[in-house]
Design a binder for this molecule. Structure first.
Ligand SMILES: Cc1cc2nc3c(=O)[nH]c(=O)nc-3n(C[C@H](O)[C@H](O)[C@H](O)COP(=O)(O)OP(=O)(O)OC[C@H]3O[C@@H](n4cnc5c(N)ncnc54)[C@H](O)[C@@H]3O)c2cc1C
Length: 485
């Protein structure tokens, strides 16, 4: 009989979500015995890797899909945008705390000020953007957002977008406090700190199955001839797109009816210093008809390993893998009698999305460059490389006997609180702290969250309601993270 390896808490997957959760647990329960298992040769090689995502600190400063237009031409409702911004502020508060405690080093290595801009080019969108700006300009967390239709102002904000541009109809909003974040670097630094705190981090180890003993604790199966017996009282499945598969293997009733709809992401990238120097922002526009919300086109300044680049995209694609390093069998093998109808109904009811995805995968390079030129009129194909980023595993959520496609994230937890997993991919890593606090609450109760709130200043949820607190928080976290206030 192999010797039992027993942990209080095991995490499957070493991306930003597991790294954040393990850090929170270590702060709330310093003596907890924790292990993290990662199937790839290193941590943060899937969606959390800098080049597998767009690195936007999503705070709804520029993403128009977080604040859809009203139906009657009145001011659009800012509540969703405010909620996302407030969630992002929890991340800022936590990261600032981590820097002050030496958990994260050198903030410039993982977060930088990169202004966020929304840019539109037709009458209807200009009218909407103006009203959006009006609705947000008094909101404390959006303080300092500017609106302009002036060519010279827009050229000052984003010269690359305005250079060689025909036409007179354009408008933009601009806010200085936007960020570009390297979630891969952040994950690596958190994991390094965790290892120093005696958390076991094993790479190259794939958990194939989860089995619950009658006592409530879990066995983590490696599915090889290995004679290891790994047992944990509680498990977090931070396996990205593979969370569905592992939660299904755990046979918890809460996962019944759920499915995953994978959408792959590709970007055009340039490292040409002359072009890169002309663009200092993240610029988001309106999505094409039928496009899923996360396919909003954007042109981003990125800083990875101290080097500057520009990204344009994403171009979406259909691919049955749930992870970039996943298997073509991921989608077919996830179908069960309980989620067959949800899968089928989503396929039937999202015809415009399927049509959009088919159009995307059949686009030639020439068409992709033409799309880039709508943003960068002077773009030349030779300067831009097309590459594959990460997979976004969107949630198919049971709704009656059918399913509905969701573009957010959802924490699935067993009723006994011994296992939780995260499905979905948006707003993503930006709100990792808010989502992992939710996991903490479900698995360890409100007391453990309160313990963290006592240590970490600014983990308040309704910051936007309190203008003076919001101002103080933005300035304090900016100082700790070396961002522009
Ligand atoms: C194209 C694209 C653009 C994006 N842009 C942004 C953005 O601009 N801003 C933002 O905030 N978010 C963005 N996101 C979302 C963000 O990248 C993800 O939400 C985040 O990285 C998810 O982190 P994670 O830890 O859950 O998953 P991952 O980083 O994918 O980590 C999961 C880990 O689990 C491991 N694993 C899986 N199964 C097993 C197993 N059985 N055993 C052991 N290990 C396992 C995997 O190898 C992987 O390392 C984007 C995503 C994509 C794909």
């Amino acid at each position: 009989m192999p010797e039992k390896e027993k942990y209080d808490f095991a995490l499957v997957g070493a991306g930003i979500m597991s790294a954040t959760l393990a850090t929170l647990i270590k702060l709330a329960k310093p003596s907890a015995k924790i292990a993290i298992f990662e199937r790839l040769p290193d941590v943060a090689m899937e969606s959390s890797d800098a080049w597998n995502n767009a690195g936007t600190g999503h705070a709804a400063l520029c993403e128009l899909n977080y604040m859809p237009d009203s139906k009657d031409g009145s001011l659009p409702d800012p509540s969703k945008a405010i909620a996302i911004n407030e969630q992002f502020q929890l991340s800022r508060a936590f990261w600032a705390f981590c820097v002050q405690q030496g958990i994260l080093q050198n903030p410039q290595s993982f977060i930088r000020t990169v202004p966020h801009m929304s840019f539109v080019t037709n009458k209807k969108d200009i009218d909407y953007l103006k009203r959006r700006h009006q609705a947000l300009s008094d909101q404390p967390l959006f303080a300092g957002m500017d609106f302009s239709t002036s060519k010279s102002k827009l050229t000052e904000w984003a010269p690359l977008i305005m250079e060689g541009r025909d036409g007179k109809e354009f408008a933009a909003t601009w806010i200085e406090q936007g960020t570009d974040v390297d979630y891969g670097e952040m994950t690596r630094q958190l994991i390094k700190w965790l290892e120093a705190k005696k958390v076991v981090v094993e790479t190259g180890v794939e958990i194939k199955k989860l089995y619950q003993y009658p006592s409530g604790s879990w066995q983590l199966f490696l599915g090889t001839s290995s004679d290891r017996l790994i047992v944990a009282d509680k498990v977090f499945v931070g396996a990205g797109g593979w969370a569905l598969k592992l939660l299904q293997s755990a046979r918890i009733p809460e996962i019944r009816g759920y499915g995953t709809f994978p959408v792959s992401g590709h970007f055009l990238r340039t490292d040409n210093p002359e072009i890169v120097a002309k663009h200092q922002a993240k610029v988001y526009s309106q999505a094409a008809v039928g496009a899923p919300p996360m396919s909003v086109p954007h042109l981003d300044k990125r800083v990875v390993d101290g080097k500057e680049s520009l990204l344009f995209g994403p171009f979406a694609g259909i691919n049955p893998k749930f992870l970039k390093h996943g298997s073509l069998l991921d989608l077919p093998l996830s179908v069960r009698p309980h989620n067959l109808l949800p899968y089928l109904s989503v396929a039937v009811e999202n015809f415009s999305l399927l049509r959009y995805l088919i159009r995307e995968i059949t686009k030639s390079r020439k068409q992709k460059i033409a799309q880039l030129r709508e943003f960068v009129p002077t773009a030349e194909a030779k300067d831009w490389v097309y590459y594959e980023a990460g997979q976004r595993a969107q949630i198919i959520k049971p709704k009656g006997r059918k399913g509905s496609l969701q573009f957010g994230t959802e924490v699935i937890s067993s009723s006994d609180g011994t296992i939780s997993g995260l499905l979905g991919a948006s707003p993503g890593a930006s709100v990792s702290v808010a989502v992992m606090l939710e996991v903490m609450k479900k698995m360890f109760g409100q007391d453990s969250v309160a313990k963290i709130q006592q240590q970490v200043p600014g983990l308040d949820e309704n910051l936007n309601q309190n203008p003076s607190e919001a101002k103080k928080h933005l300035s304090r976290t900016a100082q700790a993270l070396r961002l522009k206030a």
